[in-house]
Every structure is written in C-alpha cells, then in structure tokens.
Design a protein around this ligand. Sequence first.
Ligand code: MF3
Ligand code: CO
Length: 256
Amino acid sequence: MLPARTDAELDAMRDAGRVVAQTLAAVRAAAVPGVRLRDLDDLAQTCIREAGATSSFLGYKPAWAPTAYNGALCLSPNEVVVHGRPSGQRLKDGDLLSIDCGAVVDGWNGDAAITVQVGSHGSADDARLVTATEEALAAGIAAAVPGATLIDVAQAIDAVARRYGYAHLPDHGGHGIGRSMHEPPFVPNRPHAGLDRVRLHAGSTLAIEPMLLAGGERYRHKKDGWAVVTADGRRAAHVEHTVAVTDDGPVVLTLP
Ligand code: MF3
Ligand code: CO
C-alpha cells in the first residue's frame, strides 16, 4: 500500500513543487541559442537557493550511476532522452531540450520536467512530439484517482503514445515521491503484468513522466554513465509532474 500523505504533508510537497515550477519557468526563459547548459544549471541553483530550498539532484548517487550527479537540472537535448548532465555545450536554434528539476523544502520533494523548442526555428515534427508527450502526461494524471491502479495510469499514457505513433523509452518511468525523490512504486508508461496490484488511494503521491521517442526504442548510455541517448539519433521529449491522488481528483503539486 502506498503511503497516504496528510493535507499538511501535501501542502509541504506543494511548496517544493512551487520552487520546481518557478525554477523551470526561469530556465525556460533563459534557454535561448548560444547559452551553455551549465549556465542554465547555475541559474537553477540560484533560483532554488533563493527560494530557501535545496536541490534533490545535486550530489545524488543512485546505485546504477557511476558518479554523484553534478547539477540541479537534467538537461537533455535532442537525441538525449533523460539524465543529460550540465556541460559547456551551447544551445542552438532548433534544439529540443528536456529540462528536469527537483527541489526539497522542509524534507519534502517536488520533481517536474518540461521540454522546450529553443529559438525560433523549431520544427513542426518536434512540436508534434512535445504535444503528444504533454497529452500523455495529462492523460496519465487524469487516470490517477482513488481506486485506480498503475495499469490505468500506464494505459492512459500508452494510448496517447500509440495514437501519435511514438515509442516509449524502455525500462524508464515515473516513481513514488515524498520524503525521498525516488520512492516505490515504479510507475511505468506502458502496461505490463502485475501493475493492477498497485492501487492508488487518497494521499498517494506520484511523479508521472512520459518519455516519448520519435524513432525506435533502442537506446544507449553516454560514456558518463548518466545520459540516455536514442540509438538511432532521433529526438525525444520528456515531461513530468508530481501529482497527489485526492478524493477531489488528481492535484498537480508542481505548479507556480
Ligand atoms: N528527475 C529525474 C527523475 O525523474 C531524476 C534525476 S536523477 C539525477 O526521476 F540525479 F539526475 F538528478
Ligand atoms: Co522523476
């Protein structure tokens, strides 16, 4: 059974979520051609600090990662799907950039991501990919109601991906969230056996994050061991919200 957060705990998570949303808005505005990924990360670190919060990404070291994480954002351009690290790389007009941010306030986490087209020459294909991924997230959120199971969430996300003809990034998905950024359960973006056993109830909190691929689903890791890159070099989009399941319906906690 997933932990049931109290109203006071959800308020605390909303405070963390607000910092994440405000940071993402600032980084979105700053993500223009010529800017280095590292500059965007510096901006995010300043935003998070000035809001009185701390970054959940900075120094994070999951078991599978070779090194502790070196930034407050994951910045994943073009064929990088997720977990791109801040670097000296400069954004170019027409890039497609996933920006993922996590913050902690009073011990509670918020985690969200957006995908943006950089500059004024973004392609219609990229715009369609972003629209599909945002629709998939909205559908997954709408399915997160008391009594539903994770299969309902996965089916809702997958139905949108199928309708648009996009692939999922295999082996990746969302997660429970609360006092830690990553808590059980794993929240897959497509249905598989057993998911119907994980039931949602009022007070459940999830990070839902579709990652859709324009091309095939094969991927590899960059040499840094973090960044996930499509094998065919085609582009990806990734969006995420932290969501509370309530008796009044799903509530997005990562809003400004
Ligand atoms: N926010 C990512 C996720 O959605 C986690 C990034 S891990 C980090 O689960 F170490 F890169 F920050
Ligand atoms: Co997440």
